[in-house]
Design a protein around this ligand. Structure first.
Ligand SMILES: Cc1cc2nc3c(=O)[nH]c(=O)nc-3n(C[C@H](O)[C@H](O)[C@H](O)COP(=O)(O)OP(=O)(O)OC[C@H]3O[C@@H](n4cnc5c(N)ncnc54)[C@H](O)[C@@H]3O)c2cc1C
Length: 505
């Protein structure tokens, strides 16, 4: 009888858990090793002031019935246990530009999106339609996004001639009005968009996901991590927390074992790293991977980081808002979030996460404001809880700046705040083990795609990569890479065919 193949996965974030769940379902014996006390990475929640707060999964795409991540959850048998709330159809996102105090309410769906923005820019109505048609066409060419079998492993590419155009130039190809170009770029902060660098396909995929409809986890995102872990453990695998990997032993292009901080050794047929690739490099001998590969990984820029506020509201004082709000200072700064010399904050995401049995009033607010790591560089050698009074003062000042900006959108908001907690790029760096505290990992550059494209396979024969730094980040991107990584251990299109075959009933 053929022995069950085994795999050790480093990191129990979205990438490690999705990849582990798929491989466990396909017969692998899976062991996931996590450094933090809780699983989930970006799916983790924490409780403070008696409220549960999400850390890195506020708005999610791909979970509309029949959409790609919805189908993957169905294949894994967890779909009916995921607790989600869809945002409002008539206004799924609301933007506010402080420069001219203008609000833009954006409706869900292709037609809704075009109609709602045409109301503000009637002269651009036809251009908007052409733009939306074009991003849907571009996205339709991406095999893995559409869970379509493809040739080979790297199926995120397409033949669309504009695929690798800079996203801001791509938008400008269709849209004349400078303000509308900025409005259409409002999701930039969510994917670390950089002017002249971020490829059009990233913009197209994220925009299409949002236009098709977004959802929020009810009562926090950590239950989703638990569901994925259950798929692994119910098939005999294990998810071990509080014992991060401190060494990967590589000999002759082959991983022999990994060792954890507590000194335990784990061996398997295959090893998958779901942590930041540069963090992984520090866990192995310099000679384990070619110098050119190491240099390449080290030289890929990371997307910017963020400063977050977690706010507990006084009961019955602030309404629950069933859409995300995006504050933006100036139109011209929409592609400038990576510029440390710009005044801060340039903009932020503001949302009220839903509770079970959500009523009229919100219990808490989450705010994510993109921030360059340079803003906290003076404390980069400090650790959690030991960063000093000047750091605490700096955080308090930034928090007050954000509160001040919220007042523009919601006058009187400060009176609704009961307690509040802030986190900075340093928190993200140390909590997830991510270089530069990046919120979405490696940044893609259309001028140097060879540099930013990281394959799932490595020169170490039994070592593979998964997670947000390979292909796309976020709730939709990471599970798609999990498929590609799993197929590298199985065979091309194996998982995609399985996912599709179980949707037929
Ligand atoms: C503030 C913030 C807001 C975000 N908002 C959204 C959003 O609204 N929607 C969305 O789709 N995406 C959002 N994202 C992005 C999303 O969270 C990530 O793309 C996704 O969680 C990445 O998953 P991952 O598994 O690749 O990495 P992670 O979730 O970072 O998981 C990596 C795991 O590896 C662990 N680890 C690290 N080193 C070791 C080690 N040596 N040994 C063992 N374990 C280790 C970490 O502790 C972590 O649990 C946000 C991110 C941030 C930071």
């Amino acid at each position: 009888m053929k022995q069950q193949p085994s795999v050790v996965i480093i990191g129990a974030g979205l990438g490690g858990l999705f990849t582990g769940a798929i491989l466990a379902k396909e017969g692998f014996h899976v062991t996931v090793l996590e450094k933090n006390a809780n699983i989930g990475g970006g799916l983790q929640t924490f409780t403070r002031f008696g409220e549960r707060f999400d850390t890195g999964m506020h708005v999610i795409g791909g979970m509309q019935p029949g959409a790609n991540i919805w189908k993957i959850c169905r294949y894994l048998g967890i779909l009916d246990k995921v607790q989600l709330m869809d945002v409002d159809e008539s206004c799924s996102d609301r933007l506010y530009f402080a420069q001219d105090k203008q609000y833009y309410n954006i409706a869900r769906g292709r037609q809704g999106f075009v109609d709602s923005l045409s109301a503000y820019f009637p002269q651009e109505s036809e251009n908007l339609k052409n733009y939306v048609d074009a991003i849907f066409t571009m996205t339709s060419h991406v095999d893995v996004f559409n869970l379509r079998p493809s040739q080979g492993y790297l199926s995120l590419f397409s033949q669309d001639p504009d695929f690798l155009m800079a996203a801001n130039e791509y938008i400008a190809k269709f849209i004349q009005d400078e303000r509308l170009r900025s409005v259409l770029s409002y999701m930039n902060p969510l994917y670390g968009g950089r002017e002249g660098c971020t490829p059009a396909y990233i913009h197209a995929i994220i925009s299409v996901l949002y236009i098709n409809g977004t959802s929020r986890f009810v009562d926090g995102s950590s239950h989703f991590a638990d569901l994925l872990a259950d798929v692994i453990t119910s098939r005999g695998g294990s998810v071990i927390v509080g014992d991060g990997v401190s060494w990967i032993e590589v000999n002759d292009h082959h991983v022999d074992y990994v060792r954890t901080r507590s000194g335990k050794q784990f061996t398997a047929d295959y090893y998958i790293s779901s942590i930041h690739p540069c963090t992984m490099l520090r866990l192995m001998d310099e000679k384990a991977l070619p110098k050119s590969y190491r240099n390449r990984l080290d030289s890929i820029p990371n997307a910017f980081s963020a400063f977050s506020l977690y706010i507990k509201l006084k009961p019955g004082t602030f309404p629950y808002i069933n859409h995300s709000e995006y504050y933006m200072g100036r139109y011209e700064d929409i592609w400038k979030f990576d510029n440390p010399d710009k005044p801060w904050p340039l903009g932020f995401l503001f949302m009220t996460p839903p509770d079970a049995n959500q009523g009229e009033y919100a219990s808490r607010v989450l705010l994510t404001a993109p921030m360059s790591f340079d803003k906290v560089r003076q404390w980069e050698d400090t650790t959690v809880g030991h960063r000093g009074d000047d750091y605490e003062r700096w955080k308090e000042e930034r928090s007050q700046e954000l509160l001040h900006a919220i007042e523009e959108m919601h006058p009187g908001f400060s009176n609704c705040v009961d307690r509040m907690l802030a986190s900075s790029p340093l928190t993200i760096r140390d909590f997830y083990g991510v270089k530069g505290g990046s919120i979405s990992g490696f940044s893609k550059d259309c001028n140097q795609m060879a540099l930013s494209q990281v394959p799932v396979a490595t020169k170490v024969k039994n070592l593979f990569l998964t997670g947000q730094n390979v292909n796309l980040h976020g709730f939709c991107g990471v599970p798609l890479t999990a498929i590609l990584t799993s197929e590298a251990l199985l065979e091309p299109n194996y998982v995609i065919n399985k996912i599709n075959s179980c949707q037929e009933d």
